[in-house]
Design a protein around this ligand. Structure first.
Ligand code: NDP
Length: 445
């Protein structure tokens, strides 16, 4: 690693030893930026990397709400406004018990580069809470969302910071949060994306991350003369990203043979029926084990890791961070997997990524492969400013073009800096250069 990047990383390790996810993301990024830093000695003089890895602002706040039994509950809310060099802060909100400052900072840091790669004018942010929507009634989720926004609203706005969804935050939660925001500020403005179609949302937003992941993977497969048709695909998760990755891969002629949730996974040799998964997860909000009621010949296996031992051609981890470790990567490689593309954020550990690269498995890093969601969020903002709605086909075509362009940027940057086919290095460099140029132009701020 370049000595300047290494000193910045060592300093972070000293200051944030209790933030492992944030350090993991910073390590991956700083390691792969070495080549570009060597070319720009002026970055060190300007303290560019120190400023890049430190959030511009982070707010932590109390969220007090009342459950259905009348008991007062308290959660912690977070918003990290990491970098606004190229546009207003933009990034999702995650509601999950594992949320803490480290998780939010890792997601925010990644988001800066992801948003830059889309080619759209959006800065990087992320937020959320350790609140768990699972098992809560609609009324409890609504009261929580309103309490959360009663603090968050003062930090966001259409030209300042525009949150969206992430794990545990789907259409229902965005509806409750935007409804309360609108009431508080007395304005109908695009301060959240992922909104319903009847109140300012964009067509294809729901599908965007999963579809975009498959478009990116299609481009990557092309470099080896491969395509989705007739390939066996394993997808972890059964949430927003996983469902629409299944839908698009199936449309392209692949067979998705396994999906999961945090309890276990299903294996269906005839292809997992995505309409059944939508019914179980989007409508009934039940467990994936219910799938066997509709498809008795499928198998359900308790526990998540085993999903990567199923022989497949393409693996799409779409659940959560660090869900695919070195052992799982070895199993995939041994079984002849040719491509892995990250739908979730940082689902593969650093060791797993290294194995994929060493063994010549095509590997698509999250910040490039799952950028489709935030790209369509930015198009939702554009439609809101125009007071226009674009058709499904138009937005889907825009999404496809954006993903093709992201792939090209990653491939070109990897080639230019001497790492052909390494899209991890390519994505980090291509995303970083644009942000770095803007930060240099602003002087020390
Ligand atoms: P959802 O909440 O819709 O779905 C998450 C899925 O992952 C669920 O099936 C969930 O199962 C499973 N899951 C969660 N935690 C674990 C765990 N510890 N082990 C195994 N499975 C788990 O989230 P999304 O689909 O929106 O997000 C998934 C990933 O994609 C996240 O990393 C997110 O940051 C990333 N992402 C999402 C975008 C979007 O547009 N939605 C955009 C870019 C990235 P269960 O129901 O049991 O909890």
């Amino acid at each position: 690693m370049n000595s300047y990047a290494e000193s910045v990383l060592n300093n972070l390790r000293k200051r944030y030893p209790h933030e492992p996810e944030y350090l993991q993301a910073a390590t991956e990024i700083l390691e792969s930026l070495s080549a570009v830093i060597e070319k720009h000695p002026e970055y060190e003089k300007a303290g560019l990397l120190e400023r890049f890895v430190e959030p511009e602002r982070m707010v932590t706040f109390r969220v007090s709400w009342v459950d259905d039994s009348g008991k007062v509950r308290v959660n912690t809310g977070y918003r990290v406004q990491f970098n606004s060099a190229i546009g207003p802060y933009k990034g999702g909100l995650r509601f999950h018990p594992t949320v803490n400052a480290s998780v939010i900072k890792f997601l925010g840091l990644e988001q800066i580069l992801k948003n830059s790669l889309t080619g759209l004018p959006i800065g990087g942010a992320k937020g959320g809470s350790d609140f768990d929507p699972k098992g809560k009634s609609d009324a409890e989720v609504m009261r929580f969302c309103q309490a959360f926004v009663s603090e968050l609203f003062r930090h966001i706005g259409p030209d300042i910071d525009v949150p969206a969804g992430d794990i545990g935050v789907g259409a229902r939660e965005i509806g409750y949060m935007y409804g309360y925001y609108k009431k508080l500020v007395n304005a109908n403005e695009c301060a959240f994306t992922g909104r319903g179609i009847s109140y300012g949302g964009s067509l294809v937003r729901k599908e965007a991350t999963g579809y975009g992941l498959v478009y990116f993977t299609r481009e990557m497969l092309k470099t080896k003369g491969e395509k989705f048709k007739d390939k066996k695909v394993v997808i972890s998760g059964s949430g927003n990203v996983a469902i629409y990755a299944n839908e698009k891969a199936t449309q392209m002629g692949a067979k998705v043979i396994a999906m999961s949730d945090s309890d276990g996974y299903i294996y269906d040799k005839d292809g997992v029926d995505v309409e059944i998964i939508k019914k179980i997860k989007e409508v009934e909000r039940k467990r994936i084990s219910e799938y066997l009621k509709y498809r008795p010949d499928a198998k359900y296996i308790q526990g998540c890791n085993g999903i990567w031992t199923i022989p497949c051609d393409i693996a799409l981890p779409c659940a959560t961070q660090n869900e695919l470790d070195a052992g799982s990567a070895s199993a995939l490689i041994k079984n002849g997997c040719i491509a892995v593309a990250e739908g979730a954020n940082m689902p593969c550990t650093l060791e797993a990524v290294k194995l994929f690269l060493d063994f010549g498995v095509l590997f698509a890093p999250a910040k490039a492969a799952n950028a489709g969601g935030v790209a369509i969020s930015a198009l939702e903002m554009a439609q809101a400013s125009q007071r226009m709605f674009w058709s499904f086909d138009r937005v889907d075509k825009e999404l496809d073009n954006i993903m093709v362009n992201i792939f090209k940027q990653c491939a070109d940057a990897a080639q230019e800096y001497g790492f052909p086919g390494n899209y991890v290095v390519g994505a980090n460099i291509a995303g970083f250069v644009k942000v770095a140029d803007a930060m240099m132009a602003y002087g020390i701020v």
